[in-house]
Design a protein around this ligand. Structure first.
Ligand code: BTN
Length: 243
């Protein structure tokens, strides 16, 4: 493990601290880890519930790749987080395009990318607590699962963060050297949406159909009544409710 890890008790968001570190010349891989966040940020402007006991981390990357390829890092991070959670006992962890780690229909971890200049901040939030140990409102209770619900012994925060960083560093190196195909293979192996009927809400509107897989750029391919549609970014909902 070579990436430096800086641990805090409380921050507003590790994305803000990561950005400060990046702007003052932090080396690639510098990671900020917090025990709780007072202003945790999720995708699409949502909040990220960040009580004590979760893992909240942001890694500063400076990839030498074309701007249009940078969103692929969300998939790189998702497979890394899945692998780290599985290694620590959560064998049922799967990925959900574009960048969630889930068990069934419930979310175990989320990933947020922020890009500025030639820097990418990879933010990772993992629910480490057991469901019963956190205060969940009704809506969150339907979607939340924690590592503590899945393993016999919950790993401590730093063990989990280091396992994620190790997995991320390996895959990041492989992505940098042009092996995104390997990331896609791993993603496909653990993809919870494969063959499922979904509604994908992308930047060009909603697309309904069956997930046929991902293309070489990481876009989601959905077979619809009007042929195959490519969704480059967005959110996906299952059409059939969970049983
Ligand atoms: C999502 O909406 O699924 C993405 C959630 C990302 C949350 C993480 S927690 C660490 C980092 N700091 C934040 O404020 N957000 C990300």
């Amino acid at each position: 493990m070579t990436w430096p890890l800086e641990a805090f008790v409380e921050v507003d968001s590790t994305m803000s601290v990561g950005r400060q570190r990046a702007q003052t010349g932090a080396e690639e891989g510098t990671t900020v880890l917090a025990e709780r966040q007072t202003g945790g940020r999720g995708r699409r402007g949502r909040d990220w519930y960040s009580p004590d006991g979760g893992v909240y981390m942001t890694t500063v990357l400076r990839p030498t790749r074309a701007t249009e390829e940078l969103p692929q890092l969300a998939l790189v991070a998702a497979v890394a987080v899945r692998e780290a959670c599985a290694e620590l006992g959560a064998k049922a962890a799967r990925v959900k395009w574009p960048n969630d780690v889930v068990v069934g229909r419930k979310k175990l971890a989320g990933i947020l990318l922020e890009t500025f200049d030639s820097t990418v901040l990879v933010g990772i939030g993992v629910n480490r607590n057991e469901r019963g140990d956190v205060d969940l409102d009704r809506d969150l209770a339907l979607r939340f699962i924690g590592l503590g619900d899945l393993v016999q012994e919950t790993p401590d925060r730093e063990t989990l963060a280091r396992a994620i960083l190790n997995a991320l560093e390996l895959r990041y190196e492989s992505w940098l050297s042009g092996r995104f195909d390997q990331i896609l293979e791993e993603f496909a192996r653990f993809h919870v949406l494969s063959g499922q009927r979904v509604v994908a809400i992308g930047d060009d509107g909603a697309v309904e159909g069956k997930v046929a897989g991902l293309d070489g750029s990481g876009a989601l391919i959905v077979s619809t009544q009007n042929g195959k549609k490519r969704v480059r970014s967005g959110e996906v909902q299952f059409v059939r409710p969970a049983r």
